[in-house]
Design a protein. Structure first.
Length: 133
């Protein structure tokens, strides 16, 4: 199977996401997928493949529950890797879960700003950086 995770190509700091605090709606929907980690360059989701259904990821909405809901709509993305994972305490009964890494394509400056805001909202609140001094 060769070649592990594409670590070398990471230019951006990745943030591990607390379960459910950011979710991805993969177009055309309707399912939401939990995001495991996110950076300015992309994100990884966890999912259970459905028999006979390939998960196509070309467009995604990101929905955050941190500090008030915020939504980034219709971000273009592309699959970078898709690997099987066996979570702790998880059986193969329901089929193996997979982790898919996606990178953002051609975000506009406005989308980049929103993404930064989303990441800051979710990860920097605890450090009291919200008070605009």
């Amino acid at each position: 199977e060769g070649g592990g995770m594409p670590e070398e190509r990471r230019r951006f700091k990745r943030y591990a996401v607390r379960a459910g605090s950011i979710q991805a709606l993969i177009h055309p929907g309707p399912e939401f997928y939990p995001i495991r980690d996110i950076s300015r360059g992309g994100f990884a989701i966890e999912y259970t493949p459905l028999p006979g259904k390939m998960l196509q990821c070309r467009n995604v909405d990101l929905v955050s529950r941190g500090g008030g809901p915020s939504v980034l709509k219709a971000l273009a993305c592309q699959t970078v890797y898709d690997i099987e994972t066996l979570m702790e305490g998880q059986s193969f009964k329901g089929g193996a879960r997979r982790i898919r890494g996606l990178r953002f394509l051609a975000l506009t400056p406005a989308q980049h700003a929103q993404l930064d805001l989303l990441i800051n909202q979710c990860f920097k609140r605890s450090q009291g950086e919200d008070d605009h001094t």
